[in-house]
Design a protein. Structure first.
Length: 98
């Protein structure tokens, strides 16, 4: 679930299959595909209303909930200005999305 042709993303504790959506994302596909297989909440929340995914995405792309306590720090995409890591995003690992 970590590539453009199989692109799942965690947002606010919910898992979404954004494989068909990312190419039509107003901010560009790369913003989503760069965080495929990761928790992108820290990048998502400052830019989007909290209910936008529920309002605009079809219900079938929501795959379920994830216990965010089980997501390892290396599976969390962080803003560029994150003091913990250098580089635009943490991409070393992917969360176990099932």
């Amino acid at each position: 679930h970590n590539k453009p042709t199989d692109c799942w993303v965690v947002l606010c504790g919910k898992v979404y299959d954004l494989t068909d959506f990312h190419s039509s994302h107003p901010g560009g596909s790369k913003l989503i595909t760069d965080v495929a297989g990761m928790d992108a909440t820290l990048l998502f929340e400052p830019i989007h209303p909290s209910d936008i995914a529920e309002r605009l995405l079809s219900p079938d792309v929501k795959k379920g909930l994830i216990d965010t306590a089980t997501i390892k720090p290396e599976h969390i995409a962080k803003p560029e200005n994150s003091e913990e890591e250098s580089g635009p995003l943490l991409v070393g690992g992917k969360p176990p999305l099932e």
